[in-house]
Design a protein around this ligand. Sequence first.
Ligand SMILES: *Cc1c(COP(=O)(O)O)cnc(C)c1O
Ligand SMILES: [Zn+2]
Length: 416
Amino acid sequence: MEYVSDLLCINCGRSYQPRPEQYLCGDCGEQGILEVGYDYPVLKKEWSREQLKQNPDPSIWRYAPLLPVRPQTPRPRLRIGMTPLYQSKALAERLGLNNIYIKDDGLNPTGSLKDRASALAVVKGQEAGADIVACASTGNAASSLAGNIASMGGKMRAVIFIPARAPLGKLTQLLVYGAVVVSVQGSYQDAYRLSERAIRQWGWYNRNAAINPYLVEGKKTVTLELAEQLNWELPDWLVFSVGDGCTIAGAWKGLVDLKQLGFIERLPRLLGVQAEGSAPITKAFKSGKALEVSEEDTLADSIAVGNPRNHVKALRAIRASGGDMVNVTDQEILEMIQLLAEKTGVFGEPAGVAGLAGLRKMTARGLIKAGEQVVAVITGNGLKDSKNAQLATGKPFRVEPDFQILERIVKEGNLI
Ligand SMILES: *Cc1c(COP(=O)(O)O)cnc(C)c1O
Ligand SMILES: [Zn+2]
């Protein structure tokens, strides 16, 4: 917090002194999403890559100087971030690339990249004096908020509005973490609107990532980390799946911060990937026109967002990077779940691998070349949604509990 300079409205440019419970520009309303600014010249003098290297903290808090939190506010006890980065020649080959890196954010404590944002929600909620934090979520934002709140040992509570569609794994997470769960019999948009109303009415802290500027700051730690893991040399392309747009916008914010500090020189191009049945941001990106609300027709529930709240930030980020967007079908997503897991041992949920499926399309079309360096972030863990993953896999080999039968099958070359 000591290096935060102000909150800037991305619509009108008005600057605000930061308050934890201020989410939007007073002049612009819903359009006036705020962005956290830092005093880069001072921070540059007081913080260096060498200092970071000496810092033994294996979590997002190693980047505290670039986060809008007070040092004394208690943080969630779960260890978030510093997820592994794997290089995979085997996967690269199948994608038409010489090389690829996979960052497995499904290894965060509740199984998705959302933990990075929920950690900030827990901290900012306390700074705002709230002991209830609420959100509407397609699943992961909610389950990660519930888990991070649970780690506070009963000091705080989570109230979660979920759409009827949420997969069982994610719903189960909410319930085991002890959150108050309101299952809204409608779409994500319906759940979102109801949560908004309730948050306003009862003064809860708002973890709806799209409009809360602090949560994007949490999400940006994914690129702070990535840059550090790659020794401050970023790839040509960085790939994310896109729902509300906060993740890709946050990733870009992290890179811009690092550039401002002189930690990195070169910025990657962003590839944003949406599901064909829910792709309003891709449509706006390609047409250059205002966003039109779309269907939410995809099994990749985490990116089934018909009315994305942060598309302005996302579109700006992708355009500023010289990047691109592409859509993938559910079938392409399912194939990628299996391919990624088989080639790397990393099991992603549908939205977690959608980015890779889009990357595959881009290389097939020649828009990303074999020699280009690519990093794809796997945003969520496959165990959250094993039901959909099973649509992509083969069946187990059925055999009677009799060795002779097994031996015969092996001899016939049917098993291995
Ligand atoms: C939330 C989520 C996304 C997309 O992030 P947005 O900020 O909504 O664009 C992608 N993958 C997973 C697994 C997610 O949970
Ligand atoms: Zn404004």
